[in-house]
Write a protein that binds this ligand. Structure first.
Ligand code: BGC
Length: 248
């Protein structure tokens, strides 16, 4: 079975039909640049362009980089504040002309990793963290997601954690891998103190460079592994969520 997935990110909005049996893209994805400011109207136009690139008639799953409850976007840390308390599901469904399911980006990526990637078959508490413009989190217990956990906004030494330990912070402050790994280490120890997970899955674009920093992180008891689906986790997870809501 195939469902369309779209991932709204800080720099790009990308999508493709997803083969849900394989957990992989069924066709090469199409990407457009995220407009700045990333207003609801501007982003909805880009999502419609991505879907319109394909001859797609079915439901569409969409990720959003903020809290989403029942189709309503509730926060907007790294996108235009116009998204706060907006009926994003209705806006996107109207622009695309298809039924839409919308969920948090890290929840989508985590769901895909648990089904097809680094978390496959893993029981107990698993925390998937995505490092990018912000830090996203997806918390699972025996494979079941607790949505919208927002662990990127934990306060660490008086700072919003994602402002110190995201990959954007690394780039903005020109931090060495060593220096950035030290910040990530502090962050992971803090999350571990609160949740005692068995496994951390480290996602986001940086998962491709895990060899540069994962071995520098010490004093974390949980196993730490890089995500496996990398760039496509959000698209795959969005499609998985849409397939669940279209059968329920
Ligand atoms: C947002 C989260 C999102 C994460 C990654 C954070 O700033 O609050 O909802 O998952 O960034 O995009």
């Amino acid at each position: 079975m195939q469902i369309f997935g779209v991932d709204i990110g800080g720099s790009g909005i990308k999508g493709a039909p997803v083969d849900l049996d394989r957990g992989d893209l069924a066709q090469e994805r199409h990407k457009v640049l995220t407009p700045h400011p990333a207003t609801p109207e501007g982003v909805a136009g880009c999502v419609a362009e991505v879907v319109g690139h394909f001859d797609w008639q079915g439901p569409v799953g969409v990720t959003f980089p903020g809290v989403v409850t029942d189709g309503i976007t509730r926060t907007a840390a790294n996108v235009d504040k116009g998204w706060i308390d907006m009926d994003a599901r209705a806006l996107l469904a109207e622009r695309i002309g298809r039924p839409v399911t919308i969920l948090n980006d890290a929840d989508a990526a985590g769901t895909a990793e648990m089904a097809f990637g680094a978390g496959r078959g893993r029981k107990g508490t698993v925390i998937v963290l995505t490092f990018g413009t912000g830090i996203g989190s997806a918390v699972f217990t025996d494979g079941l997601l607790v949505p919208n956990t927002e662990l990127g906004h934990l306060e660490l030494h008086g700072h919003d954690a994602e402002k110190r330990a995201s990959t954007k912070a690394k780039e903005d402050e020109d931090l060495s891998w060593q220096h950035w790994a030290h910040r990530v280490q502090k962050y992971l120890r803090h999350v571990e103190m609160l949740f005692s997970p068995e496994l951390f899955v480290i996602g986001g674009g940086v998962s491709r460079k895990a060899d540069k920093f994962l071995s520098l992180i010490e004093g974390v008891r949980a196993e730490m592994v890089p995500a496996e689906l990398q760039n496509n986790a959000g698209i795959v997870g969005a499609a998985m969520a849409a397939s669940k809501s279209s059968v329920s």
